[in-house]
Structure formats: structure tokens, C-alpha cells
Ligand binder design. Structure first.
Ligand code: GRF
Length: 194
């Protein structure tokens, strides 16, 4: 579990690969008075990730890490996390799978948002798959990260009804909106016990 120490906000890093709407949401949340986290660092495996513009806009340190060699990449990340005294990692659309070794080093301090009602629809293309399977509901999940993909302890979930004419795009858009609420609520939930 992550410990909150009184008034001091928890130094957090957000890992992204793409658009970064969840990153923007977390930055805005972290700037609010009641937030227990402070986004101090943005890590991206993709130098062209749109979300990097939010780091620039809010003057947050960013690091682009090439994942040609995972061990080297993760060592680079661990170094920069240490330099910035990071004690919470929020994965937000980060498309690389972290190794067991990395996760062990940050045990209980990595959270992820996934666009399905886990344990259903782990992995990619969730919206296509739920529509194809005629599901009535989908949604999103915030969970702790373990070495097994999309399988760690669930912190919070939000159900979203699938509409008759939904496409993966329209459903994804509605779910993304809920993701933004859910991520903040999940972080608040993690810290309420402390
Ligand atoms: C979100 O749907 C998230 O759940 C998934 O990737 C998407 C990232 O969106 N893991 P964004 O980059 O935060 O806009």
C-alpha cells in the first residue's frame, strides 16, 4: 500500500504512450487542494505521444525512454524515478508491459487504468471485443499492477451501458469520460485508510 504522510503530497509519475487525456486529468486533479498526489514526472516510450504536450504546458519534467532493450529502458526509468523521489506510478495508456523485476521494485505502488470491467477483456481492443460479443455493459477499472497483465487487485470499477448503435469509437469515448472520474476516485480510495 502507498502511505500518505500528512500534508505532503505523494510524488507521482505518470506513464503514457499516446493522447494523454488521463494524464491531463491526473495533472488537473493533482493541482487541486484535496489531492494527495503531485504529478512530478511524465514518462513516455513514444517521443511522438501527444500527451507529452501536457507535460510541457504544466512544466512537468518528462522523460522519453526507448524500449529497444527492456532491461536498459527499465533501468533508465528506475534511475529517474529515484532522482525525482517518486513513490507512486500511475499508468495511463502506457503500451509497454513492465517486467516482474521492475514491478517487484515498486510493489503495491503501481496503478493502472484499463478500459473494461476486469477480469473481463484484458489486453487490447476491448471495445471491439465487447461489442462483438453483444455484451450489455462494459466500463473501466483501476487496479494495482502485478506481473500478470491486467490482473492485479481491483481498486474501483465503473459500469457503462452499451447502446444499440455503439461503435468501438463511440463506446470508447463514453468510457474514457468515466475513466477520468474513476482514476481520481481510485487514488482517493487508496489513501483513505492512511
Ligand atoms: C485509455 O482508454 C486507457 O484506459 C487505456 O488507454 C487509453 C489511454 O487514453 N489504457 P489517454 O491516452 O489517457 O487519452
Amino acid at each position: 500500500m502507498v502511505k500518505s504522510t500528512g500534508l505532503k503530497k505523494i510524488n507521482s509519475a505518470v506513464f503514457i504512450s499516446g493522447t494523454g487525456t488521463n494524464l491531463l486529468n491526473l495533472i488537473n486533479y493533482s493541482l487541486s487542494k484535496k489531492s494527495k498526489i503531485k504529478v512530478c514526472l511524465v514518462i513516455s516510450d513514444n517521443s511522438k505521444a501527444k500527451g507529452l504536450n501536457f507535460a510541457k504546458k504544466f512544466k512537468i519534467k518528462k522523460k522519453i525512454v526507448r524500449f529497444q532493450n527492456k532491461v536498459v529502458a527499465e533501468n533508465d526509468i528506475l534511475k529517474v524515478l529515484k532522482q525525482n523521489k517518486i513513490s507512486l506510478i500511475c499508468l495511463a495508456g502506457f503500451m509497454k508491459i513492465l517486467t516482474e523485476n521492475f514491478i517487484r521494485k515498486f510493489k503495491g505502488k503501481i496503478v493502472n487504468i484499463h478500459p473494461s470491467l476486469l477480469p473481463k477483456y484484458k489486453g487490447l481492443n476491448t471495445h471491439q471485443r465487447v461489442i462483438k460479443n453483444n455484451e450489455k455493459y462494459s466500463g473501466c477499472t483501476v487496479h494495482f499492477v502485478t506481473a500478470k497483465l491486467d490482473s492485479g487487485k481491483i481498486i474501483l470499477q465503473k459500469k457503462v451501458k452499451i447502446l444499440k448503435n455503439d461503435t468501438p469509437k463511440s463506446l470508447g469515448k463514453r468510457i474514457l469520460k468515466q475513466e477520468h472520474f474513476l482514476y481520481k476516485k481510485a487514488l482517493e480510495k487508496i489513501y483513505t485508510n492512511f
